[in-house]
Design a binder for this molecule. Sequence first.
Ligand code: G3H
Ligand code: 13P
Ligand code: ZN
Length: 309
Amino acid sequence: MGLITTKEMFAKALNKDYAVGAFNVNNMEIVQGIVDAAKEEQAPLILQVSAGARKYARPAYLVKLVEAAMEDSGLDIVLHLDHGEDFDICKKCVDDGFTSVMIDGSKHEFEENIALTKKVVEYAHAHGVVVEAELGKLAGIEDNIKVDARSATFTVPEEAAEFVARTGVDSLAVSIGTSHGAYKFKGEPYLDFERLEQIHKLIPDTPLVLHGASTVLPEFVARCNQYGGNIPGAQGVPEDMILEAVKHGVCKVNIDTDLRLAMTAEVRRFLIEHPEEFDPRKYMSPARDAIKAMVQHKIKNVLNGSNRL
Ligand code: G3H
Ligand code: 13P
Ligand code: ZN
């Protein structure tokens, strides 16, 4: 039992019909809910921490929470930095004991992204840590209006091959039409599977990563709205589209928004139904259960059971 890298789990998942879930963590209840689900489903697990999560929980807390989760569950876990924006934060996380870091140089020009990613790879690999990078920019809903404008930000397959060869990165996040958050599409959901296939064909040994992979299940949006929320027009990536992506080299599926919705729906419901309660444990317990149920749902329906440990 301990912190592990993604090396073995991706090698196993590559070219199979399942992927490993990477779930964002921000506090104790989220960590517990996710880990309880992974344990019950015997699924491999990546817990990821964004810069925002690091700031919110304070760096030492999340590392210790994940250590406690491993001790409590007996599971091996990957501790991953999500969207590290510069060398400094990647180095800090490597030094703090993370086993995987993402350097997100996608906002930079190609050559600059390569130089930055290479620098992180050199440092991380020297410390036994694996690196995820990103090429192409995730589409925003505003780009949905013009497909031309959107596809201009998608990952170019030949560039992906050159990028991986020149950086030595361990896995690559690609842009094929997903975006972060609860508002991914205005009209029909669309992912560029042809592009994904081309990328996978050119770099068949590189595990691909799908960011922005929440489905934004209507039931949870409806529950948030029913209990006083205001989340109109939310739409995510249909589950069958994630399953399709998994068939074309996607080994890591990033999920945050669906956890946020599940937790918030439950807190809202509880507080409205029990206006007399003010003990945080009373509403954080069902919220933690909601995280667990959502992660189990993902493992079964989107990650194909993560093929068991
Ligand atoms: O990539 C975005 C993740 O959902 C993390 O979001 O930066 O608000 O923690 P955050
Ligand atoms: P969602 O917003 O779709 O959950 O994506 C999360 C993500 O990509 C984290 O890096
Ligand atoms: Zn992301």
